[in-house]
Design a protein around this ligand. Sequence first.
Ligand code: SAH
Length: 243
Amino acid sequence: MEIKVVGIGPGGADFLTPQAKRAIEESQVVVGYTLYVELVADLTEGKKILSTPMKGEVQRCEMALEEALKGQKVAFVCSGDAGVYGMAGIMNQVAKNHPEVKIETISGITAACSGAALLGAPLIHDFAIISLSDLLTPLDLIMKRVKLAGEGDFVICLYNPKSKKRTEYLDMTVDILSKYRPLTTPCGYVKHIGREGEISVVCTMQDLKNNSDIDMFTTVFIGNSTTELINGKLVTPRGYKNV
Ligand code: SAH
């Protein structure tokens, strides 16, 4: 009895690791959010597909568990890496009382890495990833982490920067960070990495404010005090020593 929680990377087949591809091919049942199941549609022909809309995370895990307990080999697909704001954690929690079900995490390319590659090399040195979604984390803790990452001069990569309802947290983030780095700090954002409509934009920290282009399909990169633009690419030097 097994469930493989598979990170499929940011987009379609080009971003899938051979290990992730094999896990999907060898499965009998594929579980996941509709969009992600569609991104790997060419691998799932003839398999039982169980997809649900955005909110049903626990239900999706329960569905996966139910199928595994019936003896089915399950691939539970999620975007990017399965263990970075993905389903690997909650799947282990939901299946806690079923040690007979083997749960394996298959890692994938997370948006921080695929997005950084589009922008240049912003994450070369120490960086912090922070999700601005307060669905599962209290807002004051999120903003405390933003402040401390600012104080520590980390390059910052923001997941879930905005949603339809949650539009103001990115501006709050910039306001906090402007105490530690100038508004001219080189930044960038990427949308729909590896998917139709992919774009990457280099800008300043000021440009992130009141920015209606940034939405839930965007990952944002905020440079540190050493990040620079080199021929249009966002580049953080490897360290703090002059090269
Ligand atoms: N497990 C995923 C992250 C899920 S959280 C991963 O490792 O990448 C959802 C957030 O991830 C989005 O709000 C966005 O900030 C980022 N993201 C995921 N896929 C993306 C893509 N294809 N393009 C841009 N950002 C993406």
